[in-house]
Design a protein around this ligand. Structure first.
Ligand SMILES: *Cc1c(COP(=O)(O)O)cnc(C)c1O
Length: 449
C-alpha cells in the first residue's frame, strides 16, 4: 500500500489534484485542459516549426521512388505511406446509443491501423527515422545527395554502408515492428529490445524478417533503458529514442498536411463553424504529439486534439495535469500499467511531448480495458473493421466532449450551433497486422461490460 509519493502523502496529492482520486481508483476520467492557448501563443513552447515539418515531408517525397521499389506494399501508392480516411456511420449510431448522445454526429476514422509496411501509426514516425538515418549516413559518406534518385540506396555501395551500421530500439511491440521491418529491409543490422508485455506474434514476425529480438522481463521503460545502454557502447549503432526523438515526432507530424489534403478531396470543411475534433491514443506521446502538432499547423485553432489512454496507464494525463511530466511514473502512484492495449502500456510519459504540446491539447481522457474490448467488438459488428485494443481508445472521445458540462464545451459553443457543424475523428492506430487467431481472441474476449 503506497502512502507517500515524491515526498508528499497521497492525501496531499489528491487534495492538490482532485482528479487523482478517481484516477487512482482505476475509474475512467476526462480532463479538459485549462492551459489551452491560441496556437500563436502555444507554439512558443515547442522548439520545432512548420518549416521542420515541411522538410520532413520533402524527405519522404525524396524517398518515395526508393520505397516504391524496396517495399511492394507501397508500389501502388508510388512510395507514399498513407492511410485511408473513412466514414463510420453505423459505428457512430451504435456509439451514440451506447453513450446516450441524442444529436447526430459526423464521425470519421483514420485507418493508420492499416498503414502499409507495419500496420500501425508507427509506420509514420518509426519508418521516417530509419529513412532519415540512412539518408544522413549516405550523404555523410559521399554516396548520396538530396538531388539524387534515392533508388541509389538499393545499389551496392550504399548497401555496403548500411549493412555496416546498426539500428536499435526499445518497444512494446508496434514501434519495434515498424523499425525492425524497415531497418532490416534497408540493410541495417537491426535489434529490437522488447518488454515482457509484447505479443509473441510480433516477436516471431520480426525474427522472420531477420531482426534480432532481445526480450526483457520488465516493462517498456526497462527495455528502453537496456537498449539505450547497449547501443551507446557502439558508435555504429543508432538508438531510436521514442521518448525524446524530434525526428520521430516530425515523421508523425507530416500526417497533418496529408489529412488536410484528404479533407479537401472529400469536401469536408474545417473552420470556426465546423471545428474538427481528433481523438488520439497515447502511449509515450510521440505519435499523438507529433500528429497533433501537424494537425495544429494544418488547421490552426479550428482543430481540437484530445489524447486517450488506458485507465491502467494514464501517464500523459497525470504528467500534464500535475506538471510532473516525465518526473512521474504511474507505478509510483500504485497504478499497475497492465493493460491489453499494448501500444499504450507506458508508465512514464515523454517529457519533451508533454512540455512542448501542453497548451496545444484540449484534453485527455482514460478508457478501461473492458471498454476497449467492447468497442473493438462493436466496430467489427457495425463496420466489419478490425483493430487492436489500443486503437479503440479514440472511439469514446466525442461522447466525452459532447457530454462535458463544464466551461470547455460551453466555451466552444458545443451545446449550441457548432456541435452540429463539428467533425469528430477517431485516430485508429493499429491492428492491420494482427494474426487471425489473435484477432479471434480479441473478438471473443469475454471482458466487456
Ligand atoms: C505506439 C502506439 C500508440 C501511441 O503512440 P506513442 O508514440 O507511444 O504515444 C497508439 N496506438 C498504437 C496501436 C500504438 O502502437
Amino acid at each position: 500500500m503506497i502512502t507517500s509519493v515524491y515526498g508528499k502523502s497521497l492525501a496531499d496529492w489528491t487534495s492538490l489534484f482532485p482528479l487523482l482520486t478517481p484516477i487512482l481508483a482505476g475509474e475512467a476520467v476526462s480532463w479538459f485542459n485549462p492551459q489551452i492557448a491560441p496556437l500563436g501563443e502555444a507554439l512558443n513552447d515547442i522548439a520545432l516549426s512548420a518549416d521542420d515539418v515541411r522538410q520532413a515531408s520533402a524527405r519522404l517525397q525524396r524517398f518515395a521512388p526508393f520505397l516504391a521499389q524496396a517495399f511492394p506494399e507501397v508500389a501502388a501508392s508510388d512510395g507514399i505511406i498513407e492511410s485511408e480516411l473513412v466514414s463510420v456511420p453505423a459505428f457512430a449510431e451504435a456509439l451514440r446509443a451506447r453513450y446516450d448522445i441524442a444529436a447526430p454526429v459526423r464521425l470519421l476514422l483514420k485507418k493508420d491501423s492499416h498503414l502499409p509496411i507495419s500496420g500501425s501509426v508507427k509506420a509514420r514516425g518509426g519508418i521516417y527515422e530509419v529513412l532519415y538515418h540512412a539518408e544522413q549516413l549516405a550523404i555523410r559518406h559521399g554516396l548520396l545527395s538530396e538531388h539524387d534518385d534515392y533508388r541509389r540506396l538499393a545499389e551496392a555501395p550504399c548497401q555496403a554502408l548500411l549493412r555496416a551500421h546498426k539500428i536499435a530500439v526499445g518497444s512494446t511491440g508496434n514501434l519495434g515492428l515498424s523499425i525492425g521491418i524497415a531497418g532490416a529491409r534497408l540493410g541495417f543490422a537491426t535489434t529490437v529490445h522488447m518488454s515482457a508485455d509484447a505479443r509473441q506474434w510480433k516477436k516471431d514476425k520480426l525474427r522472420a524478417a531477420g531482426v534480432t529480438v532481445i526480450e526483457y522481463t520488465g516493462d517498456y521503460g526497462q527495455a528502453v533503458e537496456q537498449g539505450r545502454e547497449q547501443a551507446q557502447a557502439d558508435p555504429r549503432c543508432h538508438f531510436i529514442d521514442d521518448e525524446n526523438s524530434t525526428t520521430l515526432f516530425l515523421g508523425y507530424a507530416v500526417a497533418g498536411e496529408r489529412l488536410k489534403a484528404q479533407f479537401a478531396e472529400q469536401n469536408i470543411v474545417v473552420d470556426a463553424e465546423h471545428p474538427l475534433f481528433v481523438y488520439l491514443p497515447c502511449g509515450v506521446g510521440g505519435g499523438p504529439g507529433g500528429i497533433a502538432f501537424g494537425l495544429k499547423l494544418a488547421f490552426g485553432d479550428h482543430v481540437h486534439c484530445l489524447f486517450a489512454e488506458p485507465t491502467a496507464s494514464p501517464c500523459m494525463l497525470m504528467g500534464v495535469y500535475t506538471g510532473l511530466h516525465d518526473g512521474l511514473s504511474v507505478q509510483d502512484f500504485g497504478i499497475s500499467n497492465r493493460t491489453a492495449a499494448d501500444g499504450l502500456a507506458v508508465g512514464r510519459p515523454s517529457g519533451f511531448v508533454g512540455r512542448s504540446m501542453q497548451r496545444m491539447l484540449d484534453g485527455f481522457y482514460t478508457v478501461t480495458d473492458a471498454e476497449l474490448f467492447a468497442l473493438l467488438q462493436l466496430l467489427d459488428r457495425t463496420e466489419h473493421l478490425r483493430l487492436e485494443p489500443s486503437a479503440l481508445a479514440g472511439a469514446p472521445g466525442f461522447a466525452r466532449v459532447l457530454r462535458e458540462q463544464q466551461g470547455y464545451a460551453h466555451r466552444l459553443g458545443l451545446h449550441d450551433g457548432i456541435a452540429q457543424g463539428a467533425t469528430h475523428l477517431i485516430w485508429a492506430t493499429g491492428g492491420g497486422m494482427v494474426p487471425e487467431a489473435e484477432m479471434a481472441g480479441y473478438l471473443n474476449h469475454p471482458d466487456h461490460p
